[in-house]
Design a protein around this ligand. Structure first.
Ligand code: FUB
Ligand code: ZN
Length: 633
């Protein structure tokens, strides 16, 4: 059996947890297994067709001389093929799938053929543009290389084949030979778009070649001195994390995907080197992100003009940029922090981003994508089949494909359960002992999680107790209560297990009203609805004849939830009663402003049913206004 962890910390001295292989866990639920199957049957084949139809694969063929023509599209279009290859590779882990294998092998063949004798590989910088290689840091050459390396590592881990790995190594060696300290005869440089950092750490882990790790350190060290200049001639150094040396960073700044990808790389480097300053910077940025810079759905980036962070508390719901890639990046960064620190707050954030801003990035039928994930809309924002800048689709796809690898980790004598989904797991403790577990749950709709232990032995089970859970949660083993002390987000059950022992965790999931810090002015006097890990929204299609933007939710209004198997793929729906004031109805499009009188504040109102659905499922039915933050009444 291949061993295919998403981030391999099995020999990382400064990571507390070891990732397990993607194929060590088999999802058996409707929610995630269904989506992973959709990934295999619809999403990946659809993206492969679009990579062909949009000339992305032809770009490689032109570069290799297999086809006449010219490069088309954005200079980073190769990266979409690499991310697709990564997704397909994770999907292949542990599966016998000749058709998908053939698709992957065919694409790898095109990639390999386009590689130059010196290892260089980028279909944009071929022909007459070959002269311009490595002359502009913002042309994403290392960004594309990073995605190539990540795909190659995934492919190697999942299939054992070296076909793409050898290509990636040649390109990585080319880069390592070229960029570095001048006294080593190398030239200054790094990429305007971080990505290669985390890829090279994994290449170090796969090959055992330490030079890749040294290269990552160099790439992080050279940032922060304004030496990369303005990106695309218009964005300042902060756009590409070149304003402040990494170890001095106090908040996330600039382009959100770039910023968080860089943090992924720095976290990976820390797992190997244990350099305190890296960890401290990561913690400062995490703290800034979670207290001042992040949307309630785990989305990042509030400005369209630079796809980046705004000032603290600048979190407009309608103009939220919240790129799907940034949420994937947030998920990836928190995975790395979790592996390093074994702290449940990172698992909480992975969960938040996954359900509420990664998943919203794709339609329920797997054929259309959001680039931005706003929290308020008038009905115009719809998912698209594809984009000229198509970074988001395959980012969702690689996340879905690798999902089984995030549920559990292991450490000395312990199994850690981070994410809840019906599944079967065959894990291996660091000392080689096998542990099998069956997880039964209807999560995220129900907070009851049962773990059937299939292997006798002495080890600890560490269960994440989500940060969203309030009082009343319980934990038992074969019916008997166990110690509910929670340390850094985990309850621990250490004992001599017998095969057949049942762990039962019950996490109550009432509908909660969430308010935001008053400085997030757009949300003042508003609440959002959450139930368990799921963020809710209201959509026009469920409220015919009224505009949901006029809704106000009385603080006392009861909110209930029930499962509707026929709605948007089967979801728990929140029901309640909102009010619409007659004063608000009186606007009726006649004016934008009017004199305020206390009479209008105290106006009479109508009651109207409120039906909220999970935010991730919005915009899958008839278009119309949608909102997350509801006015309080
Ligand atoms: O530049 C490559 C990708 O395209 C970025 O990560 C996205 O934000 C989009 O700009
Ligand atoms: Zn994107």
């Amino acid at each position: 059996m291949t061993c295919a962890p998403v981030v391999d910390t099995s020999r990382s001295p400064f990571a507390k947890l070891r990732a397990v292989s993607v194929n060590a866990v088999i999802l058996t639920d409707h929610f995630w297994a269904g989506r992973r199957q959709l990934n295999r049957e619809v999403i990946i084949p659809g993206q492969a067709r679009l990579c062909e139809a949009t000339g992305r694969v032809d770009n490689l063929r032109v570069a290799s001389g297999r086809k006449a023509g010219h490069f088309v599209g954005w200079f980073f279009n190769d990266s979409d093929i690499y991310k697709l290859l990564e997704a397909a590779s994770w999907q292949l882990a542990g599966s016998n799938d000749p058709e998908l294998n053939a698709l992957v092998d065919g694409l790898i063949d095109e990639v390999a053929a386009a590689q130059q004798p010196d290892g260089y590989l980028n279909s944009y910088f071929m022909g007459e543009r070959a002269e311009r290689r490595w002359t502009n840091f913002d042309y994403h050459e290392m960004y594309c290389a990073g995605h190539l390396i990540q795909a190659a590592v995934a492919h190697f881990r999942a299939t054992g084949k070296r076909s793409l790995l050898d290509v990636a190594i040649r390109f990585a060696d080319h880069i390592c030979a070229r960029f570095g300290a001048e006294d080593q005869g190398k030239v200054f440089g790094t990429d305007g778009h971080p990505e290669i950092e985390m890829a090279l750490v994994e290449l170090d882990r796969v090959t055992g070649d330490r030079k890749y790790l040294d290269q990552v350190k160099y790439f992080i060290d050279v940032r922060g001195y304004g030496k990369l200049g303005r990106a695309f001639g218009r964005f300042e150094s902060s756009y590409h994390q070149d304003r402040v040396p990494f170890r001095e960073m106090t908040r996330l700044e600039g382009h959100s995907v770039r910023a968080v990808y860089l943090n992924c790389g720095a976290a990976d480097l820390y797992a190997e080197t244990g350099e305190p300053a890296l960890h401290e910077a990561l913690e400062r940025m995490w703290s800034s992100m979670t207290t001042r810079q992040m949307y309630i759905n785990g989305g990042l980036g509030s400005r369209y003009e630079n796809e980046g962070f705004g000032t603290d508390y600048e979190l407009p719901p309608g103009r939220a940029h919240t790129e799907t890639c940034a949420s994937v990046a947030n998920f990836m960064w928190n995975w790395r922090m979790l592996l390093i620190d074994a702290d449940g707050r990172y698992g909480d954030l992975m969960e938040l981003a996954l359900y509420n801003s990664v998943l919203s990035g794709i339609s329920l039928d797997g054929t259309a994508y959001f680039y931005q994930n706003p929290l308020l809309d008038d009905g115009a924002h719809r998912r698209q089949q594809w984009f000229p800048v198509a970074c988001c689709p395959a980012n969702v796809s690689r996340t879905l494909a690798s999902l089984p690898g995030y549920l559990y980790t292991v450490s000395d004598n312990a199994v850690w359960l981070h994410h809840f989904a019906r599944s079967q797991a065959n894990l291996t403790l660091p000392d080689g002992r096998a542990v099998s577990l069956i997880q039964e749950t209807e999560y995220p709709w129900d907070g009851k999680v049962t773990i059937m232990v299939g292997t006798a032995g002495n080890f600890a089970m560490k269960m994440r107790i989500p940060g969203w859970v309030g009082a009343g949660w319980t934990l038992t083993v074969s019916g008997a209560p166990v110690d509910q002390a929670v340390v850094r987000g985990y309850a621990t059950i250490s004992r001599e297990w017998s095969a057949g022992d049942r762990i039962e965790l019950h996490l109550p999931m009432p509908v909660e009203r969430i308010e935001s810090h008053p400085f997030a002015v757009d949300n003042q006097n508003r609440v959002a609805l959450m139930r368990g890990p799921i963020l809710y929204c209201i959509e026009a299609v469920d409220h015919p004849g009224v505009d949901v933007r006029l809704f106000a939710l009385p603080d006392q209004a009861a909110l209930t939830a029930d499962f509707d198997p026929d709605l948007v793929g089967g979801v728990s729906v929140v029901h309640g009663e909102a009010i619409i004031s007659d004063a608000d109805l009186a606007w009726d499009g006649k004016a934008l402003y009017r004199r305020y009188t206390t009479a209008s504040a105290a106006a009479s109102f109508k009651r109207t049913p409120l039906k909220a659905i999970p935010y991730f499922a919005w915009a899958n039915r008839d278009p119309g206004p949608m909102m997350v933050w509801l006015r309080r009444a």
